[in-house]
Ligand binder design. Structure first.
Ligand code: UD1
Length: 323
């Protein structure tokens, strides 16, 4: 969406394992354009090779292709390594054949920091051993890109470390499509409010935070999307200072789980049924971003609020529930 608004021509590549073709209809309604879509699995080397042969005009990649459920990754580690890292390597190998600067924007995560010693978290915070195979795929993915960009003259990489992405596009035409039980807080809140689940469990209230529940930095997906355009333009305009750069993407403000629930109740007018449950294994007490590097270097700042993200998430949930 944001790329198209900025005049880029976009090709979407997906294996539809965790997405739906209906997204293309939503994009058409918003942009008035039919966006070319290619269904392939990036784990298949031959298909990736064919993709770059058939589309030699591809001159930049934003790589989102990865499984992202922390709990599932503990149960199926090899599938996570195979998919998240195999697909990444296949794409980089094709880019290595290029003979011009080639921007590669990688979806990384604040999970690479683990429980940081210092808050807010800046990009120099040490990378700690990840708690889950999912987290490790993000750490290894970054390492692979550091080595590959150092060995190749043309591969130029920006890794974007997302904090907690939430919300949907304000048009209500595209949004998060969840198969099975939601793993993350916001969809669990909206699905509890709409009656799919009886009760939300708040995972622990004995953390060293202002009300005992965990603190996170929730960033609206539209702000997140805009940062990708800035990152791409930074490389295309040759403003990047190194072959590999990394930026935190967050708002810089942390909210506790209880604060999120209260804000949701206020914007929706619904009373949320919740109870305090035990801690979830692997959760850290608090994480929020130091956004100064992204603000100064990428000329990007999150503009949308948690209230706006929750309004969009709630209206998306009601639309889908009424279908
Ligand atoms: C996780 C990943 C992060 C990833 C994000 C989105 C880790 C440590 N974190 O973030 O990398 O970007 O998912 O995919 O790998 N909570 C409840 N009840 C619920 C659900 C959540 O209380 O039913 C709490 C959690 O304890 C947490 C907060 O809500 O404090 C946010 O949880 P969640 O949305 O799952 O995101 P993270 O675990 O922070």
């Amino acid at each position: 969406m944001e790329l198209i608004q900025e005049g880029f021509e976009v090709v979407i590549v997906d294996d539809l394992s965790n997405s739906s073709l209906s997204v293309l209809d939503g994009l058409k309604k918003i942009t008035g354009k039919t966006i070319p879509f290619i269904e392939i699995n990036l784990q298949d080397k031959n298909q990736v090779s064919k993709l770059f042969k058939v589309h030699p005009e591809i001159s930049g990649v934003i790589h989102f292709a990865a499984y992202k459920a922390v709990g599932e990754s503990v149960l199926k580690p090899l599938e996570y390594y195979e998919n998240n890292l195999g697909s990444l390597i296949n794409v980089i190998k094709e880019i290595e054949k290029k003979e011009n600067d080639f921007p590669f924007i990688f979806s990384s995560s604040c999970t690479v920091y683990g429980q940081a010693d210092k808050l807010p978290i800046d990009e120099l915070a040490p990378i700690k051993r990840a708690e889950s195979p999912y987290g490790k795929t993000k750490q290894f993915g970054e390492e692979i890109l550091i080595d590959a960009s150092s060995a190749n003259d043309f591969l130029k990489v920006i890794s974007l470390r997302y904090f907690n992405p939430v919300g949907n596009h304000c048009s209500n035409e595209i949004g998060e499509l969840i198969s099975g039980a939601p793993q993350n807080l916001i969809p669990f809140i909206t699905q509890t409010a709409s009656g799919v689940y009886k009760k939300l469990s708040v995972f622990g209230d004995d953390y060293p935070t202002r009300d005992g529940t965990c603190v996170r930095d929730y960033i609206h997906v539209v702000d997140l999307a805009k940062a990708h355009v800035q990152a791409l333009n930074r490389i295309l305009n040759k403003n990047h200072s190194k072959k590999y750069e990394v930026f935190n993407l967050g708002t810089g403000k942390g909210y506790t789980v209880m604060e999120v629930i209260k804000i949701f109740e206020k914007i929706s007018g619904e009373k949320l049924n919740y109870e305090i449950g035990p801690r979830r294994k692997g959760d850290i007490a608090a994480a929020y971003a130091d956004t100064r590097k992204a603000n100064d270097v990428l000329s990007w700042k999150a503009e949308l609020t948690l209230e706006e993200a929750l309004i969009s998430a709630w209206s998306w949930e009601r639309k889908n529930r009424n279908k």
